[in-house]
Unconditional design. Structure first.
Length: 285
């Protein structure tokens, strides 16, 4: 253990890495339980601020299946079709994320590849790219609302803009990182400019572009909640805002946990797919 425990940039064994990763989570849960243990009036933190782990778990059925006072809806309808249920709002949020991400990719990847490949395009777009990096993402919410209203289009465009601001510099960097020796070899073999771009730069940079897409997809969940909290049009963000205003507060923590699990599962899928698309790349995850 001592060989890798204090070694600079040492490689931690897989089992030890899993154990180390679980410890902070257990400590956090233990601190949560300790802070909310006991009768309500004797707790260190009021339940309106931080409910106990047990209270959060017991509120899960109410979030999974929205109540139907009339009794006309079946359990499946209340779980998957009712606008107040968790699964329904998960599908709404996933759809928005997917559409915004695809729209961003359709615009950003061609522009980023062009900027990374040609100095003239880089000089043309770098000032705009640099300036966009200083724009607070939150200010894009009212801006897109003034342009597109408060419907689905506004949310998709906002997410696409947020994705694009994060992703564009990553794509440009990935293209620029391609070693010059590949381009010289292609030129020696008689490759044209377009052949050098599509057969050299893009294939070599594709693993880094994939990694950038993975990071951008994870960051997108923060932007999603931002727009859904401001405009309550279904989705996980609206569940958080409704629980904060009307209660129960336990649902806030359940939705946060749901978002975390979905983003984590999506990240694992990105990694798994990347390993199969680019088996020659050493995984850094």
């Amino acid at each position: 253990m001592s060989k890798w425990f204090l070694e600079i940039r040492g490689h931690v064994p897989r089992k030890a890495g899993i154990l180390f990763g679980v410890v902070p989570i257990l400590l956090l849960i233990g601190l949560w339980w300790f802070s909310t243990w006991g009768p309500v009036e004797e707790r260190r933190i009021a339940p309106t601020i931080l409910p106990s782990p047990g209270e959060v778990i017991r509120s899960l059925p109410a979030l999974l299946a929205a109540p139907d006072a009339s009794g006309e809806k079946s359990l499946a309808q209340r779980v998957f079709r009712d606008e107040g249920s968790l699964f329904y709002n998960v599908t709404v949020s996933l759809k928005r994320i997917a559409l915004g991400f695809l729209l961003a990719l359709a615009i950003v990847v061609p522009v980023g590849v062009t900027m990374g490949s040609f100095g003239s395009a880089r000089a043309l777009f770098v000032p705009s790219m640099t300036a966009s990096g200083y724009i607070p993402i939150a200010t894009l919410v009212p801006l897109t609302m003034s342009w597109f209203g408060i419907g689905e289009l506004q949310k998709v465009v906002f997410l696409a803009m947020a994705f694009g601001i994060f992703l564009l510099p990553q794509v440009v960097t990935a293209i620029e990182k391609v070693p010059e020796v590949y381009l010289r070899t292609a030129s020696t073999l008689g490759a044209t400019r377009m052949q050098s771009v599509f057969r050299v730069l893009i294939p070599v940079a594709l693993p880094d572009i994939w990694h950038a897409m993975r990071l951008a997809f994870g960051v997108g969940w923060t932007y999603l909640v931002l727009t859904e909290v401001v405009v309550l049009e279904k989705g996980l963000g609206s569940l958080v805002a409704i629980a904060q205003r009307r209660g129960p507060r336990e649902h806030i923590y359940l939705v946060i946990l749901t978002i975390t699990l979905i983003a984590w599962a999506a990240d694992l899928l990105w990694v798994w797919t990347g390993r199969r698309l680019f088996p020659y790349q050493r995984s850094e995850t």
